[in-house]
Design a binder for this molecule. Structure first.
Ligand code: SAM
Length: 298
């Protein structure tokens, strides 16, 4: 089975406006589709640093002297660049979320379509799993996870059910969890369960926090004229990326000059986000929710 089919490959890599001698970072290496495309645009002296927190990604690392893979969360971007002696880079690419490899492996527990352990960690070295989260969070915390990260309409009822049933019903596998909440499904079953699973995954991996942290660090490392190319897959991620490009921070603060013009260290390269073509969506349905935003460091 293919590890992952890269999404908006040409558009996102073209967005980096690659200089053959430049230094680039792919913070979501995965199957390496975007990385291989970046390497094909680089000259002999170019460099590419990849990040992935999932150890499985390492097997996809190209044997190429210009490439180095960091097996870590991208929230530690600054720390690892410092360790590698790199201060400024010419471009950073992020293709957020999980890979097809991760979704399709039952033992990772990301999908309600397979029975597997309630794990959902991209990095199996961290402590919190979906199981521990479901067993340890109180009702209010669970409700917040489902409403904030999954926009699940009956999140309060769902949280109440989990808290009530978790001491008496088995809760070790994705099938146990689906069984526990099955009759609370509202609307199309697959969509409802996808949103519930998405919420848990985002919480387990602290995905939005990590995204904010890497964006905040990216500004300090991009050279003037350097590019940021980010593909997101749901509105929570896209909102963070959009606001960051607009303001240069993730706190929601908007700085304006005396004429009321917003001050930002980035220029939007495309006004609106780029979305996959109908052909790409047909070929790779998992690309359908993708949005690509490209910005240039001023
Ligand atoms: C959508 S896939 C990227 C696919 C890749 N662009 C390709 O062409 O194969 C996202 C990858 O990023 C990794 N990832 C997600 N969040 C991460 C984070 N905070 N730190 C490091 N890696 C992360 C996942 O483990 C996954 O392998």
């Amino acid at each position: 089975m293919e590890y992952h089919e890269p999404v908006m490959l040409d558009e996102s890599v073209e967005g980096l406006n690659i200089r053959p001698e430049g230094i680039y970072v792919d913070v979501t290496f995965g199957g390496g589709g975007h990385s291989r495309e970046i390497l094909s645009c680089l000259g002999e002296k170019g460099k590419l640093i990849g990040f992935d927190q999932d150890p499985d990604a390492a097997k996809n690392a190209p044997h190429d002297e210009r490439f180095f893979l960091v097996q870590a969360n991208f929230r530690f971007l600054s720390r690892y660049l410092r360790y590698l002696g790199v201060e400024k880079v010419d471009g950073i690419l992020a293709d957020l979320g999980v890979s097809s490899h991760q979704i399709d492996l039952p033992e990772k527990g990301f999908s309600h379509r397979f029975s597997g352990p309630l794990d959902m960690r991209m990095n199996s070295g961290v402590k919190q799993t979906a199981e521990s989260l479901l067993k340890e969070c109180d009702k209010r915390e669970l409700q917040e996870v489902f409403s904030k990260y999954g926009e699940v309409r009956n999140s309060k009822t769902l949280a109440e059910r989990i808290v009530k049933a978790r001491d008496t019903m088995p809760l070790k596998t994705t099938a146990d969890f689906v069984e526990m909440i099955g009759d609370l499904v509202r609307g199309p079953r697959s969509r409802y369960l996808s949103m519930v699973f998405q919420a848990l995954r985002i919480a387990v991996n602290e995905e939005l926090k990590a995204l904010e942290e890497v964006l905040e660090q990216s500004g300090a490392h991009l050279k003037v004229g350097g590019r940021l190319s980010v593909i997101s897959y749901h509105s929570l991620e896209d909102r963070i990326v959009k606001n960051f490009i607009r303001s240069g921070n993730t706190s929601g603060r908007i700085d304006k000059d005396e004429y009321g013009v917003v001050q930002t260290p980035f220029k939007k390269v495309t006004k609106k986000p780029i979305t996959p073509t109908a052909g790409e969506i047909q070929r790779n349905p998992r690309s359908r929710s993708a949005k690509l935003r490209i910005a240039e460091r001023l």
